[in-house]
Write a protein that binds this ligand. Structure first.
Ligand code: C2E
Ligand code: CA
Ligand code: CA
Length: 729
């Protein structure tokens, strides 16, 4: 559910990001385009204005050129001499009229007197047929009046655009006079020269000269954007000289905008491409990450979740329980005897066993439950259920029953058990760390209480834990201050019942609370390393006390932890030497644990001890995994049958046959056997029949302080001497 929401919001985020990118690209593109648009409009306006000014100048120049020409012809001494001559018409025709043919300068030439009488009129090299009144629009007379009475008397000329029958023309009127400006004629005899230069057929020339494409004349009334009006002297617009806007800005704009749009599209495309590639890459990374994550929470051997995976799963289950107002159950399992299998048959066999156990768990757990392998031989099972404790304990029972059957690993049949701790997080109120801690404590409790069982966590276990910590601290002080003591328990010959040896057993009485069983503090000492000074203390005490006990064998229990210390044999030699005790009088009792865990090193240590002449007994035989054939390689001198094996031999046929088989095996290996925990005569009888040569138990004596044991030995010696005296008597 949470994953779904995440995926949804991630997709929304990606889409909005993509949309934002596209919008940004579009807005940026739009802004640039609009800026370019403004620039191009401005460029258009500038160009139009330039064209207008050019056209205006062209028109003015057009008129000015005509005026300059007219001045050349009218203020001319020859013209004055001939025009005012009554026979001067021929001259005027050849010098004015004929000049109108194919002339770029003027195409109409008229000579008129002050009373508006036309003396000569030519157009395009031909006599003008249309009367002057009709050819020129009336505004010509305005011009005429200007020339007749000019503002500047020195320049009796006027020029402007006038409509004619042939179109629109620049028209100039000038007094015919001497070059110097003088004229020897009365004012009513004055003659005027009129030149007209038609614009209509010269527009193309203007366009070419001034580089204004498409320049043309259009009617005054036409609606055009770019034009220069052609005025006549009356202030009437005769026509408009117009041109199509070149709109250079538009051209640039369209060129630039096309490129820009292409560039923007490319940019946008690239962005989207980069984005998409990024997304794909991110997705690939995510899936790689997911695979790596999966791998990081998986145990390779079993394929189950590992420790990290368990914690992650528990966090989720606790969240789920909180929401559903339900509980999380956690079973913490530790295999009993796994190390022994691993050491005895090799890691391959151990791995197969783990796989078999995992497969079994998979079948036994409820559907949907979480299963993890959290350590070498530790497993965890978790599930969510309302009021989960009874179900969890029931599951624990099913699992314990499952371990009743041995496992077949290849050719081998191996037996392992499990100890289970159960804890629960009610309505998800306890976090994963605390839940695991509680289940772990409950599991240790199960181990302490004898393995192969399940315990539900309760608060008192925490105080047990604290008690152990306190115990450790006190034990350390006690060892330091040599407050521990030793007691001795006699071992008797099965044949004569005489004390053959004594087992040294350590005792500790806590100052405020009284005696603590070695079964409680020895494991604590082993776990904390205190066992080394403790062991040396016991050994020293044993040798010290037993100094005066004749040839009685002294047995001392040795923890596997002590055997790990390579200087142990040297320490033993020193203690024996200091007490003056023959090494052959000392028997060290070893349990099988370390021998199986680390056969190589154990064998070296044992060899070193045996080289001193010390004897080695295998203690607690029959209580654990023990395979006597396997243990044979260590060269023990004696076997001690565990009291659990002895306890029921007088009441159970099965127990008796197991004992018989074990002693037969020991005999076949040539090993003498001690039986411990003998409390009843019946047991002693059976043990004797089975061939045990040494017996130990409350029947023959409880562990007692050195002084009490010395008394026993003295009494026994006295009794023996009495017997001998009686026999000799
Ligand atoms: P263990 O080596 O098997 O020692 C024999 C235990 O059986 C002693 O318990 C002894 O009191 C008890 N026992 C003897 N006869 C009988 C009997 O007839 N009936 C019953 N029910 N019990 C009997 P203890 O003294 O409590 O020692 C317990 C264990 O603590 C010992 O088992 C041994 O493993 C360990 N231990 C004791 N002293 C030392 C020591 O100095 N060093 C080390 N490493 N371990 C020690
Ligand atoms: Ca012992
Ligand atoms: Ca024992």
């Amino acid at each position: 559910m949470r994953a779904g929401v995440n995926r949804f919001s991630r997709r929304t985020a990606i889409l909005s990001l993509l949309l934002s990118v596209v919008i940004i690209v579009m807005v940026a593109g739009g802004t640039v385009l609009s800026a370019i648009g403004q620039v191009s409009n401005h460029a258009n306006r500038l160009d139009d204005e330039r064209s207008r000014q050019t056209t205006d100048g062209a028109l003015k120049t057009f008129v000015a050129q005509l005026g300059a020409n007219l001045n050349d012809y009218a203020a001319w001494d020859d013209a004055t001499a001939n025009a005012y001559d009554p026979n001067g018409l021929a001259w005027m025709i050849s010098n004015f009229g004929d000049m109108t043919v194919n002339s770029a300068l003027f195409d109409v030439a008229v000579v008129i007197d002050a009373k508006r009488n036309v003396l000569m009129a030519y157009q395009d090299g031909k006599p003008q047929t249309v009367p002057m009144d009709q050819f020129f629009a009336p505004s010509i007379w305005i011009l005429f009046d200007s020339a007749l009475s000019p503002i500047d008397p020195a320049v009796p000329e006027a020029k402007a655009f006038i409509r004619t029958k042939s179109g629109i023309a620049a028209v100039g009127i000038a007094l015919i006079r001497n070059k110097s400006g003088t004229l020897d004629q009365p004012s009513d005899k004055r003659l005027f020269l009129i030149f007209a230069r038609h614009l209509d057929n010269k527009v193309q020339n203007l366009a070419d000269t001034y580089v204004i494409d498409g320049l043309h004349l259009t009617t005054a009334s036409s609606e055009v954007d770019n034009f220069v009006p052609v005025w006549d002297p009356s202030g009437t617009v005769l026509a408009k000289l117009t041109w199509p806007s070149r709109a250079p800005g538009d051209i640039s704009y369209s060129q630039v905008s096309t490129k820009l749009i292409a560039a923007m599209s490319l940019f946008g495309f690239l962005l989207v491409a980069v984005f998409t590639i990024g997304l794909i890459e991110a997705k690939r990374l995510r899936s790689d990450e997911e695979a790596a994550r999966q791998l990081s929470v998986t145990d390779r051997l079993s394929g189950l979740l590992n420790r990290a995976g368990l914690f992650r799963a528990l966090d989720d289950l606790i969240d789920e329980a909180r929401l559903a107002k339900s509980d999380v159950a956690l079973l913490y399992l530790d295999l009993d005897g796994f190390k022994e299998v691993n050491d005895a048959y090799g890691h391959g066999c151990g791995d197969d066993l783990i796989r078999s156990v995992s497969a079994g768990f998979r079948c036994l757990i409820p559907p949907g439950a979480t299963l993890a392998r959290v350590g070498g031989d530790e497993f965890a099972i978790a599930f969510v259920m309302k009021n989960c404790d009874p179900a969890a304990l029931k599951l624990a029972d099913v699992i314990l029953a499952f371990f009743d059957e041995p496992f077949q690993i290849g050719e081998r049949i191996v037996t392992v058990g499990t100890s289970i701790g159960v804890a629960s997080s009610q309505i998800g109120t306890i976090n994963s760390e605390e839940l695991v801690r509680r289940a772990d404590i409950a599991m240790y409790k199960a181990k302490e209480m004898g393995r192969g069982r399940a315990f539900l966590y309760d608060g008192s276990m925490d105080s047990d834990r604290e008690m152990i910590l306190a115990l450790e601290a006190e034990l350390r002080v006690a060892i330091d201050r040599r407050q521990l003591t030793v007691v001795f328990q006699p071992l008797v010959s099965a044949a004569t019942l005489r004390v053959t040896s004594v087992e040294t057993l350590v005792r500790w009485s806590r100052p405020a609370r009284g005696p603590v069983s070695p079964d409680v503090f020895i494991p604590v000492a082993e776990k904390t390393g205190l066992i080394e000074p403790l062991g040396i203390f016991v050994l020293e005490q044993a040798c010290e006390k037993a100094k005066h006990w004749g040839d009685i064998v002294i047995a001392v229990n040795i923890s596997p932890v002590q055997l790990r210390n390579p200087t142990f044999a040297t320490q033993v030699a020193r203690i024996l030497d200091e007490a003056g005790i023959e090494p052959s009088r000392l028997t060290l009792e070893l349990t099988e644990g370390y021998l199986i865990q680390n056969p190589q090193r154990a064998s070296q240590s044992i060899d070193r001890l045996k080289a001193l002449g010390v004897k080695i007994a295998l203690d607690d035989f029959g209580s654990g995994f023990s395979s006597i054939g396997y243990l044979r390689q260590f060269g023990f001198d004696r076997l001690k049958i565990d009291r659990s094996m002895v306890a029921e031999i007088d009441t159970s046929d099965e127990a008796r046959s197991i004992l018989q088989a074990t002693t037969a095996l020991a005999r076949s290996l040539g090993l003498p056997v001690t039986a411990e925990g003998v409390e009843r005569e019946e047991q002693a009888m059976i043990l004797r029949l089975c061939g045990c040569d040494e017996l130990q138990g409350y029947l023959y004596g409880k562990p007692v302080p050195a002084e009490a044991l010395a008394d026993i030995l003295v009494n026994e010696a006295r009794f023996a001497t009495g017997m001998m005296l009686r026999q000799t008597a």
